[in-house]
Design a protein around this ligand. Sequence first.
Ligand code: PBE
Length: 295
Amino acid sequence: MKKWKTLGVAAGLAMTLVAAGCGSESSSSDSISEQVDYTVTGIEAGAGVMKATEKAFDDYQLDGWEIMPSSSGVMTIALDDAIEDKKPIIITGWTPHWMFAKYDLKYLEDPKGSYGGAEALHTLTRQGFADDVPGANKVLDQFNWGVEDMEEVMLEINKGAEPAEAARKWVDAHADKVADWTKEAEEGNRQEVSLVYVEWDSEVASTNVLKVVLDDLGYKTEITPLDNAIMWQAVAQGEADATASAWLPTTHGDLYEQYKDQVVDLGASLEGARTGLVVPSYVDADSIEDLEPVN
Ligand code: PBE
């Protein structure tokens, strides 16, 4: 079976045909591990949660397991398909995310702590940014919101709104919060501010909201999606001004170690974030310890 595992929707069809042909289609008496073919459905290869999953395979001795890289978008399509057919699936998930509002899901417990504990989303700038554009720096420094705020923006986007539209709507509806972020911040005079991010649903939300707030204050904000490692490097090397996409202490801990002397950490913008393995609640497993190695 393994060799047939490829990426994409067509592969699902191919697998069904092959399975029918060789009579090895998984049955409900198989363990969850067998039913998902010892595979976690992942996201972008550069994401911290991918590395953490490999660590989990080691920590829990899940020999023979694989993580399938894809993209955040493809992962949620796979999740949607699985739920539609009530099939088991294990994904790399994180909070804040709209998927918890849309589907009935659960994190697999992680008693060995492969995914770390509570995470916070930090805002980082390049060195010198506070002197160069103090008003925008102040906004980035004061930027702070909750899981439910970010999820509100994410849900709008999931329902079909353009990210810029969803961000505008949230900003207009939460003027009090935005006023805290812009308090005593110098207005801009069309100075450019470059924000970099990764196209994870959570970071699409925060970055678009920051753009609206900074633009409203008179700055000219450019937002650029990059690969995770390149994003960190861009801020460290001063090619970009800032990012609100740093997940600490665990998820991006290695990147933080690498670049901490070259970036300015403005602290957390959101507390109570989390990453881990996520399954639909009908999946008969509660902990990563319930998974089995390939025998
Ligand atoms: N995430 C969302 C990222 C951080 C934000 C959990 C997919 C990651 O794993 O690197």
